[in-house]
Write a protein that binds this ligand. Structure first.
Ligand code: 8IG
Length: 272
């Protein structure tokens, strides 16, 4: 089982093995851009470029099948129009799955081992700003880690100043000048927040609340990659609107916004 495999082995060695398996299966030695597709972003892969190969995530060392409806368990190699190669991870492991932090960041470390220099992290999230209704994409400018853990082990003091690339945020705004940016807070989930927790998040400076991305971004920076994060607000965070939160609504908002945000993301990636 994956958890054991990751616990028993050096996670970086396992990531190199995973990258080797992907190279073998796809016939693509090196990838340039890594992409994690979160809720609502699944349609982006087709628009980014030519699909070259698809690998079942569960067959790759250290990976396992996803457990959440609406998440795709495949890893794809895509050739973007200028010839660069994107590694599209449709299989995010969430912290709340209980497989450990190593499992959460294994995809990012595998991308790094596959040669990826630019990591694009997408997600669906709750919005704290009433001006950002469900369906609004928001650039991540910074994060707050509320998971009380780190993907880094030992005395690994990584600087997270400017974690979310200014350069790529500027490119994104060239593609869509109306894009806003905000601070993303990662809660552990899998429950949504209480209204009091959402008020706390607002008080400490968050604009977006979610259950992913932060630990992956830290691991990506540790691996030396440039990081870009973009969220899709799929629901008003608890207490922001009077509506109750449901996973079905989250999926519906993602489906509704899907084609538009996929085109946006493809536009950004082609300018990187
Ligand atoms: I989609 O409102 C999605 N993911 N923590 N809160 C948290 N995660 C989320 C939410 C939300 N919506």
């Amino acid at each position: 089982m994956t958890t054991d495999e990751l616990e028993r082995n050096d996670p970086f060695e396992l990531a190199r093995r995973a990258a080797g398996y992907i190279a073998e299966q796809t016939g693509v030695e090196q990838h340039d851009i890594g992409l994690v597709l979160g809720s609502g972003w699944g349609g982006a892969a087709e628009l980014i470029g030519e699909p070259v190969a698809t690998v079942n995530a569960a067959d790759i060392p250290g990976f396992s099948a996803p457990t959440v409806e609406g998440h795709v368990g495949t890893i794809r190699s895509v050739q973007i129009p200028d010839g660069r190669r994107a590694l599209v991870l449709g299989a995010r492991t969430h912290f709340y799955e209980g497989k450990g932090v190593r499992a959460v960041v294994h995809g990012v470390r595998t991308a790094a081992a596959a040669g990826v220099k630019t990591m694009v992290l997408t997600n669906g999230c709750g919005g704290l700003n009433e001006d950002w209704p469900p369906g609004t994409p928001v650039l991540i400018s910074d994060h707050i880690n509320l998971t009380a853990t780190s993907p880094l082990e030992g005395a690994t003091f990584v600087d997270l100043t400017d974690l979310y690339s200014q350069r790529i945020r500027s490119i994104a705004r060239e593609v869509d000048p109306s894009l806003n940016e905000g601070v993303y807070a990662q809660f552990t989930g899998p429950h949504y927040e209480t209204p009091a927790e959402v008020r706390m998040a607002r008080t400490i400076g968050a604009d977006l609340v979610g259950m992913s991305t932060v630990l992956e971004a830290i691991a990506a920076r540790h691996a030396g990659m440039e990081v870009f994060g973009i969220s899709l607000v799929t629901n008003a965070a608890a207490g922001i609107s009077s509506a109750a939160l449901s996973h079905q609504e989250v999926i519906a908002a993602g489906q509704e916004a899907g084609p538009r945000i996929s085109r946006l993301l493809a536009g950004i990636i082609n300018k990187l």
